[in-house]
Design a protein around this ligand. Structure first.
Ligand code: AMP
Length: 315
């Protein structure tokens, strides 16, 4: 069993360094730091680090560790929630002695000596809790902080238990996790409170979106618009779900203009969108995927592809 191999590797190494993907979300932080908490609480003599660029909007969950390259010698590296190697935050991940991948996205890059990829899991945090259940008779412990982090990731990646990826097991894990001592209300505030500039940009999007006959919508947020609303492109994640509740919508795409690229964020309620993302060197889940393009002409091509997928889906 793969979890058994992961448990043996964790027991074997004295230094364990945990990575996750760039532009982290609560599932990336939750799985990475939740696993760190489990290991360091269960094995206090081990050195366990969570590395990667800080994401200020997730500082309420955890702070990253700053480590020297030497730490990687003889270390076990575990990468959480990251389908392709290019998106691993902190590319030193391959300096370690052993590499493990734990993820719930389709297996784009097969990196690591041990790979635990389960696309039926709602989130990587769900897998981390599975891992704890496998390992608890082996002395692994879960403290309140780990429970909070894992719960945060499950909530984040299931859209508060709304997305179809939410299974009976997801609810069972959540039911066990809420028995730990952490402040759920504060956690929800941390994840979902938005600043007034984001709220105003949301309003602008809701006033201006267009919906094609096939149920497709595309939103372009240019640098000028983002500046006008004083919104950093990195904070655009809080806007993507805004179209999801609109009747008739099948799939939608946000284009967010950054300094040197246009970020593509695709969402769907039926048509598969990760193959469209893959066509533009991106990836993700069938119903939530992303990519980057260089020009607005390329963005037009993404719109055409999405339109086609919506038409094919309706027929
Ligand atoms: P996002 O729109 O960034 O929330 O991403 C939605 C899903 O697509 C997540 O599962 C991401 O991991 C994945 N994703 C986003 N951008 C990329 C990319 N450039 N390459 C591969 N996967 C991506």
């Amino acid at each position: 069993m793969i979890p058994d191999k992961i448990i043996s590797a964790i027991k074997k190494y004295d230094t364990i360094i945990i990575h996750r993907h760039v532009r982290p979300d609560p599932d990336a932080y939750g799985s990475q730091v939740g696993l760190k908490e489990i290991i360091s609480d269960s094995f206090p003599h081990k050195k366990v680090f969570a590395v990667g660029e800080e994401e200020p909007s997730l500082n309420f969950l955890a702070k990253m560790d700053d480590i020297e390259d030497e730490m990687y010698h003889h270390a076990l590296v575990i990468v959480c929630d990251t389908a392709n190697a290019a998106r691993i935050c902190d590319q030193r991940y391959n300096l370690g002695a052993d590499l493990i991948k734990i993820d719930h996205h389709p297996n784009v890059d097969k990196y690591g000596e041990i790979m635990w990829v389960d696309t039926s899991a709602s989130s990587t945090c769900e897998l981390i809790y599975d891992l704890y259940l496998y390992a608890k008779d082996d002395g692994f412990q879960l403290n309140d902080r780990a429970a909070m982090l894992i719960y945060a990731g499950i909530v984040g990646d299931t859209g508060r238990f709304l997305f179809p990826s939410t299974s009976k097991k997801t609810f069972q894990h959540a039911a066990e996790l809420v028995t730990y001592d952490f402040d759920r209300s504060r956690l929800y505030e941390g994840i979902y409170n938005i600043q007034d500039n984001i709220a105003r940009l949301r309003g602008y999007i809701l006033q201006h979106f267009e919906l094609s006959e096939s149920g497709m919508s595309s939103i372009r947020l240019t640098r000028e618009e983002l500046e006008e609303f004083n919104v950093d492109p990195a904070d655009s994640g809080q806007l993507i779900g805004v179209l999801g509740d609109i009747e008739g919508i099948q799939a939608w795409v946000f284009f967010i203009e950054e300094d040197d690229q246009i970020r593509v964020r695709l969402r769907s309620k039926g048509p598969v969108v990760n193959d469209i993302a893959a066509k533009y060197n991106g990836g993700g889940h069938p119903m939530a995927a992303g990519a980057s393009v260089k020009t607005w002409e390329e963005a037009d091509n993404v719109v055409d592809d999405l339109q086609e997928a919506c038409i094919a889906y309706s027929n």
